[in-house]
Design a protein around this ligand. Sequence first.
Ligand code: PEP
Ligand code: MG
Length: 880
Amino acid sequence: MAKYVYSFNEGNKDMRYVLGGKGANLAEMTKIGLPVPFGFTVTCQACNKYYEDGKVVSDDLVSEIMAKLEELEAVSGKKFGDPDNPLLVSVRSGAPFSMPGMMDTILNLGLNDDSVLGVAKLTNNERFAYDSYRRFIQMYSDIVLEIKKDKFDKIFDGKKAERGVEFDVELTAEDLKEIIEDYKKLVVAEIGKGFPEDPKDQLMEAVLAVFRSWNTERAVLYRELNNIDSTLGTAVNVQEMVFGNMGDDSGTGVAFTRSPSTGEKKVFGEFLVNAQGEDVVAGIRTPQPIAEMEQTFPEVYKEFTKIAELLENHYKNMQDMEFTVERGKLYMLQTRDGKRTAQAAVKVAVDMVDEGLITKETAVSRIEPDQIGQLLHPKFSDADLAANEAVAKGLPASPGAASGQIFFTAETAKAAVEDGKKVVLVRAETSPEDLAGMVVAEGILTERGGMTSHAAVVARGMGKCCVAGCSAIKIDEEAGTMTVAGNILKEGDIISIDGSSGCVYLGELEMVAPDLSNDFAQIMKWADEIRRLKVRTNADTPADAAQAVKFGAEGIGLCRTEHMFFGEDRIKAMRRMILADEESERREALALLLPYQKSDFKGIFEAMEDRPVTIRLIDPPLHEFVPHTDEEIQVLADEFGLDFTKLKHRVSELKEFNPMLGHRGCRLTITYPEIAEMQAEAIIMAAIELKKEKGLEVVPEIMIPLVGNVKELAYVKKYVVETIEKVFEREGEKVDYIVGTMIEIPRAALTADEIAKEADFFSFGTNDLTQMTLGFSRDDTGRIIKEYVEKGVFEEDPFQSLDQTGVGQLVQIAVEKGRKVNPYLKLGICGEHGGDPSSIDFCHRVGLDYVSCSPFRVPIARLAAAQAVVRENSNAEADK
Ligand code: PEP
Ligand code: MG
């Protein structure tokens, strides 16, 4: 029979798919002898079985849980519901991957009218016992019985008002007993039966509630956002309670072994005296920094820092821990690899290599490639920071900068973003219900909560700027205002927040590109040492090319020449060329374009120095260039002395129903070879002039687009080569060059062996290849694909992440067929997928020579290419 329940001393850290992350780590900490309250874990498979069986719990599972409960009673020496020595437990969810704040937790389970007496006796604190009991009823009713929390708050606040007291602690044990009676009446009124008194019933219902919480709307959304498999299920951890709220010698806290924000090597976290764990995480009370614990509890602090170090060395990773101190004794309640900002991830990885804890391969594989994007994100300019005084300062919860209009609820924020506005979400504190608003906001500002509050943790995970616990702001949600430093801001007013300093500014501040740290350079250096794939960039201007070189680009994989025709003078000449009736007219217009092209190419070659540059011959969907309005046609007619009616007729002749599949790419140069001639001349002249003027040896790679048949390639190539030969003769100077093609039409991939005979290189144009293989128009399908992804029909947008099974197969076929004919064929990719980490992994596996992507994604691609090697090696290791 399958085993569905494990005691903490039966598992280990490698069992996360069985025990969930939390359960596996509780088992591991138990195994290595740390002070962990005993308990057991109901497995993820039990949760899945519950769903498979139509949301029913089998008798076998009930008996297994009951047997483990007996064991727990024996170990703790306490009994469920015992009026003398009662066992109380916490019930917590724990999926294989952490889903912070997404699932529900129940504390103090086991309390009833009998056991509360036991707690009162044992603690000699009746007030504490009844306060725990009323908290339990409220929490359990909320999570298990689904009775809204505010109904209980009303009773509680009503009692405070009746007694004329301001603070919760001023209520006496007798007041709390009355509150409990009222709570119970509320439960009967709400669900038609009494609050469950039998702790075993409480336990089974709580386990079920955790199973159910796997499929709440917010859990489903979180999984979608974080690509977590929805079939994993959650485990349930049942653990003997320890109390951080037993007085001033007790407390609770959360801490990281290093700063999750900067990566600094120092125990970093927060601590609350006389409080229960949820008070810290929920951000309801603002806790004190962990360092202050050294004064409050010196012995415990010493033990805790020792354990922190031990855990970090044991897991060889930065840990995020939860603990409780009960009457001076420390208990560890959780440890897991800590989530961290990109900046912290990079610093921690580099430091750990220096400390000899991990290898550089591990360091490189620890950084999420997409996180690198965060480091490259803009921050506020120094000038604007100097010129603007902060109106408030909160905690620097997640670095970065954001400016936008303020909105006070997730709904209004979302609506504003749909209206095209940039939004900063401002909340008293956030909860999982705010997730949708946080996703769309530029940044998040909260009035309450610490560095480990929901807002801080979630924003960091998203790589989004966040200032938390900014008590200098006062939000009046109802009035739709926020008061700060004497200013009353309304919904829609603009503020700027700096997640690295915690500062809040009025108005919009200028953003600039960030400086990259030495640690970042070190990670990139290691990535470069490890990776096999080269990384090029897609760039059409010298400025983009220079930016990409700064980010480590090793060449240009795609220069889209049609993008060079958008300047005011150029577009006119371009239109004139497209609309010309006769070849001679076309040549006249082309003669106007030639100098522009040549100087553009010279600029790009110079920026790239001796790096390879692939220049693609013109590939415009024609509709992007023809004039649309009568005014535009008139301007053209006037400029070139043409007849308006004739010109208008020509425009209508050129209209295409499906321009993406129309007269573009090599089709255009087959119709008008003089365009290819002009471009070939401009490219080669640029190279010759640089050779003569600066001694720069450029080897242009001339790329012919949208080829589906080798004859198309041969046809255009002939004009290119003949033109170049003529230029060599005329100039009395030669340069090396190569001619290749895009593989972006399925037929080209399937006949790659024929095409390879005419090509020195292939560059996979996976944008068009995806469009034509899937039959989804690149330009029209955004909405459809979004819906597909939402409905789970597609896992990902195939225009963002390569469809490896379909389109990938064509790439693979082309690689094999091409290399068979020409083993030296250079192979690259220049579709958008060239900057997508999982597509890069694919490119590595199929043996491409390089990927090419936009400048800002170059560092991401360098890292992803290195990770592909590390992954390949560890898979090979596993296969041995
Ligand atoms: C492609 O199709 O993948 C490509 C890079 O070309 P373009 O996006 O310019 O069509
Ligand atoms: Mg294309």
